[in-house]
Design a binder for this molecule. Structure first.
Ligand SMILES: NC(=O)c1ccc[n+]([C@@H]2O[C@H](COP(=O)([O-])OP(=O)(O)OC[C@H]3O[C@@H](n4cnc5c(N)ncnc54)[C@H](OP(=O)(O)O)[C@@H]3O)[C@@H](O)[C@H]2O)c1
Length: 302
């Protein structure tokens, strides 16, 4: 077990280190741990870390890497990019999210390593209430079902952390990273385009720095179990986009609300309101409101 440690000589592997969360985790954890990371299509080079090209569609790739470097902590934060992709590529989604996660859980259990897994609000149904960690999941889309399958696999390793989050935002750390809603909205506003956003999609936007700081603290405190790491504001995309425009002093009249029904997207959105009381209490980290998160982005260099 990783006990009350600051991690000086421990080896930590970040699976998905080229993504927004993974890259931010590498930056945060490399102060205290020896870091290795994986990427798939987008190679990243970060000082003092080793990078490995791994495709999670073949679970032998990642289990061989685990055998080779034997990390004390594994943070699994890799997944294909969108909720809709999971719906249209079910076989691939199941293989990556469930089967490979199961292989990682079995291997880390054998090695007595801690396993941290990033999951989603989509494990819950679209019911109007705040969901807590001990509520029973009931996903309504394939992404949620596969992430729940991943959670169940991860829980086979008793030394696990399952972190459920929602709509992560922050400045991109590399050019290739998928743009968060904040960054893509700002791009469109800068080019004076009309932006159509779904008024019927609700989220708890989560500032990536808060997500990563809370994961780091949970590891240091040697916590196990499930935590909801979300921001402190629940709002719809129209409200969110208007706030972005106002915060960055752009023309909010360019933002128009639409109903998602007209887009005929493959996946139904769950609109889950994921409560964050437990993580704030145990880590003493304040999960920012959307106002606070946008302020932080405005003040951050990028
Ligand atoms: N973004 C959100 O709003 C959100 C909300 C809830 C939960 N999550 C969860 O948070 C995690 C990370 O999110 P993120 O925003 O950092 O995503 P991201 O920026 O899209 O990064 C995804 C990472 O997964 C890797 N990846 C994708 N397909 C892969 C494959 N077949 N084999 C190996 N690696 C693969 C990518 O590698 P390459 O780029 O090198 O190909 C990248 O490192 C995921 O587990 C996701 O389910 C995200």
């Amino acid at each position: 077990m990783v006990s009350q440690n600051k991690g000086e000589n421990l080896h930590c592997l970040i699976i998905g280190g080229s993504g927004l969360v993974g890259y931010t985790l590498v930056e945060k954890l490399k102060e205290n741990y020896k870091i290795a990371l994986t990427y798939c299509n987008h190679q990243v080079d970060i000082d003092n870390t080793n990078g490995y090209k791994i495709n999670l569609e073949n679970h032998a790739h990642i289990t061989s890497l685990l055998d080779k470097i034997k990390p004390s902590i594994v943070c699994h934060v890799a997944a294909p990019p969108s909720v809709d992709t999971h719906e249209t590529e079910k076989e691939k989604s199941y293989s990556i999210n469930v089967e490979t996660t199961r292989a990682i859980a079995e291997k880390t259990k054998k090695m007595n390593s801690k396993l941290v897994y990033l999951s989603t609000s989509n494990v819950f149904p679209p019911v109007k209430r705040i969901f807590q960690e001990d509520d029973i999941p009931a996903p309504i889309n394939f992404y949620g079902a596969c992430k729940l399958g991943g959670e169940l696999a991860v829980a086979k390793n008793p030394n696990h952390l399952i972190i459920r989050t929602d709509q992560i935002y922050g400045w991109n750390k590399t050019r290739q990273q998928k743009k968060s809603f904040v960054v893509s909205t700002l791009d469109k506003l800068e080019s004076d385009q009309i932006i159509e956003v779904c008024e019927d999609w609700y989220n708890r936007p989560t500032y990536v720095e808060d997500l990563v700081s809370s994961i780091k603290r949970l590891i240091e405190l040697d916590k196990v179990g499930t935590y909801h790491a979300t921001g402190s504001t629940y709002l719809n995309r129209l409200e969110w986009a208007k706030k972005i425009a106002m915060k960055f002093e752009m023309d909010d009249s360019l933002v128009k609300g639409i109903n998602s029904g007209i887009l005929h997207l493959p996946a139904i959105r769950a609109n889950v309101n994921l409560g964050n009381t437990k993580i704030q209490k145990e880590t003493k980290i304040k999960m920012r409101t959307i106002e606070e998160g946008l302020n932080a982005m405005k003040n951050e260099k990028h």
